[in-house]
Design a protein. Structure first.
Length: 112
């Protein structure tokens, strides 16, 4: 019985966009999405943040954009850890005057 419980205690691995539930990515406007990421409660917050950033970068590239900005973060910790965030995407040159702007290709190439 102990062996059956051990996998539930392990930290989570990154799940690509190809394998997410429909509810984990919601389009709000043409270039604005709500993105959610869920992991085991044993997964450190730092790892969840990396996974969420990577999912936002993957989505930005998939939708044909180059840069993204994150806002309106919401965290829930219960039996699992869940974070949702609003992602605004931009094409072409990096927008000036917007803090915390991420280059999607750079994020995708960073090790997790």
């Amino acid at each position: 019985m102990l062996m059956a419980l051990l996998p539930a205690c392990a930290t989570s691995r990154y799940t690509s966009l190809d394998h997410v539930d429909k509810d984990d990515v919601e389009q709000l406007k043409e270039n604005v999405f709500r993105v959610e990421y869920r992991v085991s409660s044993f997964t450190p917050q730092e790892q969840l943040d990396k996974y969420l950033l990577r999912r936002c970068a993957d989505l930005t590239i998939r939708e044909g954009y180059d840069y993204f900005h994150l806002s309106q973060r919401f965290d829930v910790l219960m039996m699992s850890r869940r974070t949702s965030i609003t992602v605004t995407m931009f094409k072409g040159e990096k927008p000036s005057g917007v803090s915390d702007m991420y280059d999607a290709k750079t994020v995708v190439n960073e090790p997790m």
